[in-house]
Design a binder for this molecule. Structure first.
Ligand SMILES: [Zn+2]
Length: 173
């Protein structure tokens, strides 16, 4: 987001030259530059043998399941975010977190840091933030996520990692 006013004191920002980023909105009162950065968010594909954890959130997609996701909070590492969001939304613990790359969501100025993780412990327990959450057969995931293009890109990477290179897992493609 391109800031026009200081979110701390409300002063109209001026453009100030930063050494390597060009001109950046700047508050002369608080002496802060407001860089035009995206909001970081994690999206996690959790795998348990031949199952993957999917959620239903009608406000995101009416007729698709999605992967678990959440915003990075200030003060935590991205790895912490993965553990925290998985525990908050699904009540389980994960291990072996692996970074799969990033996806930029222009309409919401979100940078999605994508991960896969292995189930470690706990029983899936839906939080009040989530409409539905449970294990799905990993071979059904692409069919069940039809509207979620970003989620499907991540699942394709996970399938590849797990050695599903062709066959029934791709029947809905
Ligand atoms: Zn200010």
């Amino acid at each position: 987001m391109r800031f026009k006013y200081c979110p701390i004191c409300g002063t109209k920002l001026v453009e100030k030259s930063s050494w390597d980023e060009g001109y950046v909105p700047y508050c002369t009162v608080d002496n802060i530059m407001y860089f035009d950065t995206p909001k970081p968010c994690v999206i996690v594909a959790i795998v348990k043998e031949d199952k993957i954890l999917l959620l239903k959130q009608s406000y995101i997609f009416k007729d698709s399941k999605v992967l678990l996701s959440g915003y990075v909070a200030n003060g935590e590492t991205v790895e912490n975010t993965v553990h925290r969001e998985v525990f908050e939304e699904a009540g389980i613990c994960v291990k072996d977190i692996k970074y799969l790359g990033s996806e930029y969501l222009e309409s919401k100025e979100i940078i999605m840091l994508t991960f896969m993780a292995t189930y470690d412990s706990g029983i899936v327990k839906k939080s009040s933030e989530v409409e539905w959450v449970d294990w799905s057969n990993i071979e059904d995931a692409l069919c069940e996520m039809k509207e979620d293009e970003i989620g499907k890109r991540i699942v394709r990477k996970v399938l590849k990692e797990l050695g599903y290179t062709e066959g029934i897992a791709y029947r809905c493609e």
